[in-house]
Design a protein around this ligand. Sequence first.
Ligand code: CAA
Ligand code: NAD
Length: 290
Amino acid sequence: MQVKRVGVVGCGLMGSGIAQVAALAGCEVIAREVTLELAQKGLARIHGSLAKLVEKGRLKAEEADAARARLKPTTSLADLKDCDLVVEAIVEDLDQKKRLFAELGKLCKRETILASNTSSFPIGEMADASGRPERFVGLHFFNPVPLMKLVEVIQGRKTLPDVVAAARSFGEACGKTPILAKDTPGFVVNRLLVPLLHEAVLMVERGDATFKDVDAGLELGCGHPMGPIKLLDYVGLDTTLSILEGWHARFPSEPAFKPSELLKRMVKEGKLGRKSGRGFYEWEGDKVKG
Ligand code: CAA
Ligand code: NAD
C-alpha cells in the first residue's frame, strides 16, 4: 500500500516536523490541532524550517513551495477520514491517545493505517483502543524531525506485516532510516536516552555538578552534540516527565523511573524548556540565549 494522503494529529514540536517531512515526500497532508490558532502556529514553524533549509541550500525554493501547498490545517478530526495513514503526535498522555484512537478507528476508512509517535507508551494498548490493532503501528520520529535521520517502526503483537512494510516505506520516503523495534518501554532509543537525561537532572538536584558542567561533560568528553540538560530542554521537560510518570506507574519498583522532584517542580512552574522559552536554560526560538 502506497501512502499518498497523510493525517497528522497534533501540530506541536513533533507533529509539525512530521507534517513537513511527509509534505516534502510528496504526500498531501492534513494537520489537525485543537484550535485553528495552534494549527497556524504549527504551520508557521514548518514555514520557518522550510525557509531555513532553502537558505542553507539543502532544499530548492520550488520544493519548499510545493510542500507548503500540500499542507492543510484543520480542527476537524473528520477531515482525516480518507487518509491512507494517520500519525498521532499529541501530548504524551495515554488516556488522551487511547480516546483519540478510538475515535479515529471509527471514522477512518477501513484501509487507513493508524500510527503513534509516542515516546514511551505501549503500542499494543493504543492499537486495541483503536479497534483495528492489525492496522496499527508505532512510528517514532526524532526531534528535530527535519534533521534527525532515524525513525523507529514498532510492530505491535497484532500488527500485520504489510502494515509494518508500509510504515517503513513511508519513513524512507520521508528521508529517514527505519529501525524495527519491539513494543517495549522506550523501544530502542528512549530506553537508553531517557534514563540518561533523568540521571543528569538527579546529579544537578544532588548538587554533584552545575547543569552547565554536566552538559560540558558529555559534549566535550563524549562528543554529544548537546549535553543531556540542553537536550532535556530541547525535548520538553513536560514530555520527559510524562514519559517517566508513565513508566513509574507501570514499573514502581524500578528506581531509575521515579521522577525527580526538581523535574516535577520545574514543570509545575511552567519551565518546560525551549517550547516555553525557559527550562534550565533560557531560549530564543531554537537557540539558547547568550
Ligand atoms: N529545520 C531546519 N533546519 C534546522 C532546524 C529545523 N528544525 N533546526 C536547526 N536547523 C539547522 C540550522 O539552521 C543549522 O544549519 P547549518 O548547519 O547549515 O548552519 C543546522 O541545522 C545546525 O543547527 P544549529 O546551529 O542550531 O545547532 P547544532 O549544530 O547544535 O545542530 C541539532 C542542531 C541538529 C539539533 C544538534 O544539536 C543535535 O543533533 N542535537 C541532538 C538532538 C537529539 O538528540 N535529538 C533526539 C531527541 S530525543 C527524541 O526525539 C525522542 C523522544 O521521544 C523524546
Ligand atoms: P507538543 O506539546 O509540542 O505538541 C503536542 C500538540 O498536540 C499540542 O500543540 C497540542 O495542542 C496538540 N494536541 C493535544 N491534543 C490534541 C488532539 N486531541 N488533537 C489534535 N491536537 C492535539 O509535544 P511534542 O513534543 O510534539 O510531542 C508530541 C508526541 O511526540 C508525544 O507523544 C511525545 O512523547 C512524542 N515525541 C516527542 C519528542 C520530543 O523531543 N519532544 C520526540 C519524539 C516523540
